[in-house]
Ligand binder design. Structure first.
Ligand SMILES: O=C(O)c1ccccc1N[C@@H]1O[C@H](COP(=O)(O)O)[C@@H](O)[C@H]1O
Length: 221
């Protein structure tokens, strides 16, 4: 098993370099102004300048207009557009067609009902990401909340596209998550931070080392 790791919500050059050197497969940059991790396109472009081609650059959007996406793409060489709002499968397909990029659709999960539209999203998107539903507080952003959901809901899932488990992951709970869900990829933001928006070098290294350990364990078994 190779476990893909996506580190999301990057804002600092040092953290970008560290994530690349420690084996992250994807790096995520937030283009959603209400988030504490949001970046302007020019700031993100600077952070992306030296990322090697084998590491995917993911732009995270929430119900974006075409114009919002185009404004970011004018400066940022994204590989993947992550849609983390209430986008329908038709909208997902439209974004993929217009941008020519891969699209990762985030599905926010609380109960089995939240997986009802999964097959339509799988058909429309190139990748799927499962995250916890945001708190019902009206001020909450739809992701990056450090909240996990009931991972058992994803057990025995068969999806013929790459997919990621996200939501409240950290070094301590990664082994259990991987054992229960066996995801091809995992995605983390809060769990490798000192405080919202600031990545913690020690937590970042520990998370990526744990992901490598779990992948090696799986290979050896
Ligand atoms: O991180 C954010 O601020 C954010 C804002 C809006 C949409 C998505 C966002 N983040 C995504 O949420 C997952 C899970 O985060 P966490 O590990 O639970 O903190 C994160 O990896 C991003 O893909």
């Amino acid at each position: 098993m190779s476990l893909m790791v996506k580190i999301c919500g990057l804002r600092e050059q040092m953290a970008v370099e560290q994530a690349v050197n420690a084996g992250a497969r994807y790096l995520g940059f937030i283009f959603y102004p209400p988030s504490v991790r949001a970046l302007r396109p020019d700031e993100a472009a600077t952070l992306m300048a030296d990322i090697p081609d084998n590491v995917g650059k993911v732009g995270v959007f929430v119900d974006p207009s075409d114009r919002e996406i185009e404004t970011v793409l004018a400066l940022c060489p994204l590989d993947v557009i992550q849609l983390h709002g209430r986008e329908t499968p038709d909208r997902v397909a439209q974004v993929a067609l217009r941008s020519g990029l891969q699209v990762m659709k985030a599905i926010q999960v609380e109960t089995a009902d939240d997986l009802g539209a999964l097959s339509a999203h799988v058909a429309a998107a190139d990748m799927i990401l499962f995250d916890a539903k945001a708190p019902r507080d009206g001020a909450a952003v739809p992701g990056g909340n450090g909240l996990a959901f009931d991972w058992q809901l994803l057990q025995n899932l068969t999806i013929d596209k790459p997919w990621f488990l996200a939501g409240g992951l950290n070094k301590e709970n990664l082994a259990l998550a991987v054992e229960l869900v066996d995801p091809p990829g995992v995605d983390v933001s809060s769990g490798v931070e000192r405080w919202p928006g600031a990545k913690d070098p020690a937590k970042l290294d520990a998370f990526l080392a744990e992901a490598r350990r779990l992948a090696d364990l799986h290979k050896a078994s």
